[in-house]
Design a protein around this ligand. Sequence first.
Ligand code: NAP
Length: 262
Amino acid sequence: MQLALITGGTSGIGLEFARALARDGVNLVLVARDPARLDAVAAGLSGTFGVAVETLAADLASRDDQERVAGRLRAGDIDVLVNNAGFSLKNPLAGGDDALADRAYEVMGRAPRVLAGAAASVMRDAGRGWILNIVSVSALTRQDSYSALKAYALALSEVLALELVGTGVQVTAVLPGWTRTEFHDRGRSKRSKVPGFLWLSPARVAADGLRDARAGRVISIPSKRYKLIAAILHALPAGAVRALSRKVKGSRPAPNSQEDHR
Ligand SMILES: NC(=O)c1ccc[n+]([C@@H]2O[C@H](COP(=O)([O-])OP(=O)(O)OC[C@H]3O[C@@H](n4cnc5c(N)ncnc54)[C@H](OP(=O)(O)O)[C@@H]3O)[C@@H](O)[C@H]2O)c1
């Protein structure tokens, strides 16, 4: 692998994917909205690891910007795509903020589909490549509109993996549990309500995700504790998953539709 494009590569899980790939000598294209932060992160990574780092300032809620990033993927030199950009969303379906729901769909639903599609066609022609979609273990629950979006991203990853069987292109959906990043600060979640043993480091998520992609796994669930939680969720009947989702959601702070309007 020589060149990786990472959306949301300036913070949290995306930044750790960038570090892990750069450590292996992979050059990078980082995509995020904040140009100053992109430049600072790019300079830091190339200084530390000696790799070339290109930046692409784009708001993935914008279809024009999605198309610009897809165009970069169609250039044909990128052999790893990490679809990672996303944000915390607590927006009820009934009476919620429609503009925010649309924005969340663009960033965490449509953008991964468009970018994975663009990457998949060039990678299939080249006979090699990796597409990693950063989903969430909440895709296995029915807690809220965020879970629904992530369930869509998970299904999309599995369908694409099937389409690409035998082509040399690996598709891996990474399902992290609670991970210490800016996600929770931006979403103003009550971190203290989550027991300590359930927190993962973003470096662990990236290391496990890359190891599983390398091993040809379609689904990567970082850590044994979340593998166990996922196995239980898979084994339960749908009604029990809904009841459990309701319980977990009920123990969280009230919905707040003002999560990320930048
Ligand atoms: N942290 C968790 O507990 C957790 C658990 C499961 C899954 N995840 C998933 O992991 C992914 C990464 O989250 P994180 O926890 O690493 O969050 P984070 O620390 O807040 O990082 C988010 C990254 O995405 C970029 N981004 C946000 N909105 C964007 C937009 N509209 N267009 C382009 N880039 C955008 C941000 O940069 P700019 O602000 O400069 O755009 C930043 O680089 C998300 O998809 C999230 O759903 C997180």
